[in-house]
Every structure is written in structure tokens, then in C-alpha cells.
Ligand binder design. Structure first.
Ligand SMILES: [Fe+2]
Length: 264
């Protein structure tokens, strides 16, 4: 017995939400997916996750939404995240903060534990617990509970993400990076059966700057003014990786996917 887990890349803006709503259920069936984990912290205009968007995404076939440094950007999520265990915030925020960073669930006969961790580097507005000892602690705890640890590592430098992959190799079944919103081509199975990729890309516009309209992003670079990012719809797709895991908790395959928008 094995399970197939789809880790979708960060959902960016309305185009990202729409491509999930229109395509995910068919993709789940086509690819015989057992569990879908997606980063949702940019679903509402690219900055945060509102309650309404989170509910739409969970209804569209996502089992667990993960967060990052922007998870509390929308005020209604600060309240809602406590009520919905399917929405995670990074575990390294203070324990008493709204929400939780870990979700145990059963996939058929197999127990898994989804763990959301925020990286240490490049997040000047957050000052959290060091990601590395925390990740090791949570992964070890999951294994003691008889669950297969699946780690969504929301971090910026590829070096930090690769270091986390090797740190958890042979313990977690998957260490999947998010936040950069660009699909990297370093997917591999590390020693001990850990599926790894630095970044699993984005759901939304692929012909864009991180899912946003290029013109405004260029203006931001030239003027250094706080120009507002704009929603963008060019070349919309679902992007992510599918990880196959055997019943002993070892990953046997990791495969990137890109599935274009079907017209209604
Ligand atoms: Fe992020």
C-alpha cells in the first residue's frame, strides 16, 4: 500500500484560487491523489489568506492549507484559524498564537502528520523559534505517534531549504519548500527515503512575476515606491509536486506537475 500526496505551490490571487476551483478535483482523480497540501498565504490578492478564500479552497479539494510569514495578514483569518484545524500557520510562532502548526490525519489506513515551518532567513518582520531544532522535534514526535511526517518548509534561500532537507533526511517522508513561488528543478529522493524540492512553484499566472502583473513589479523595481501588486491571469496553471510514499513512510518518487486551466 502506498499513498500519493500532491503538494501544490503557493496559490497566488484570484487567478490561483480559480485554477484550483476549476481543475483540482479532476486532477485528483486523474492522478489518483490521496492527499492535497497547498500553501495558501497569498490567495487573497497575493498578501494573506482571507476566511472566504480559505473556505473555497478547502471545498475545492485541498485537505490542508499551510501558511508562512503572511498567514496573519487578513484579520478574519486571525480569528478563523483557531476554528479550522485544516489551516496551518508556521509552528515556530509562539505556542499561544492563534492556530496551530501541525495537523495529524488519516489517509486510508496510513496516519500522516503535516508540519508547517517558517525559515529563519529573510523574514525581517518575524522573530521566531529557530526552524531547525523545532522541525526535528516535531518530526520525531510524529514518528513516535506512528505518523508519517510531511514537512512544508516555507523559507527563502535555497541553501536553507536544502539544509532542512538533509537535516530531516531519513525521518520525514517529504520536505517541500515554498515561498519563492518558482518551481525549481532539484526534486530528488534523499537518503533514507525523503522527497525534497527547494520550491514547488505557484498556482496562478505562470507568465508573470510571482503571479503578479509584470508592469507594476517593474515600476516597483525602478521607483522603489510602494507600488501595489496587481492580479494577473496570463497562462494560468496548477503547479506542484506529487510524492509517492510507501507504507513504511519512505518516499519512492517525486514528480513535478503543471496542469493548465480548463475553460468552463
Ligand atoms: Fe511567504
Amino acid at each position: 500500500m502506498s499513498i500519493r500526496v500532491l503538494f501544490l505551490g503557493e496559490i497566488v490571487g484570484k487567478a490561483g484560487v480559480q485554477v484550483v476551483r476549476q481543475n483540482l478535483k479532476a486532477l485528483r482523480e486523474e492522478q489518483a491523489i490521496d492527499l492535497v497540501i497547498a500553501n495558501g498565504e497569498g490567495a487573497t490578492g497575493g498578501f494573506g489568506l482571507g476566511k472566504a478564500h480559505s473556505m473555497q479552497l478547502l471545498k475545492s479539494g485541498i485537505d490542508v492549507l499551510t501558511g508562512g510569514e503572511k498567514i496573519y495578514y487578513k484579520l478574519d483569518m486571525v480569528e478563523f484559524i483557531d476554528k479550522n484545524p485544516s489551516i496551518l500557520r508556521p509552528a515556530n510562532f509562539p505556542q499561544q498564537n492563534p492556530g496551530r502548526g501541525v495537523r495529524y490525519l488519516n489517509v486510508g489506513e496510513i496516519k500522516v502528520c503535516v508540519i508547517n515551518i517558517l525559515g529563519n532567513a529573510d523574514f525581517p518582520r518575524t522573530h521566531l523559534t529557530n526552524a531547525f531544532p523545532l522541525a526535528e522535534y516535531l518530526v520525531t514526535k510524529a514518528l513516535e505517534e506512528g505518523a508519517i511526517p510531511l514537512v512544508q518548509f516555507h523559507a527563502s534561500p535555497t541553501a536553507e531549504k536544502q539544509a532542512m532537507g538533509f537535516h530531516l533526511a531519513g525521518k520525514a517522508a517529504a520536505v517541500i519548500g515554498t515561498h519563492s513561488k518558482v518551481l525549481t528543478s532539484d526534486e530528488q529522493i534523499l537518503d533514507g527515503g525523503t522527497a525534497f524540492i527547494s520550491d514547488n512553484g505557484r498556482c496562478g499566472s505562470q507568465m508573470s512575476v510571482g503571479g503578479f502583473e509584470p508592469e507594476a513589479e517593474i515600476e516597483k523595481q525602478i521607483t522603489q515606491l510602494p507600488v501595489r501588486s496587481k492580479e494577473y491571469w496570463e497562462d494560468t496553471a496548477l503547479v506542484g509536486v506529487i510524492v509517492e510514499i510507501d507504507e513504511t513512510g519512505k518516499a519512492t518518487a517525486i514528480e513535478p506537475i503543471r496542469s493548465s486551466l480548463k475553460e468552463e
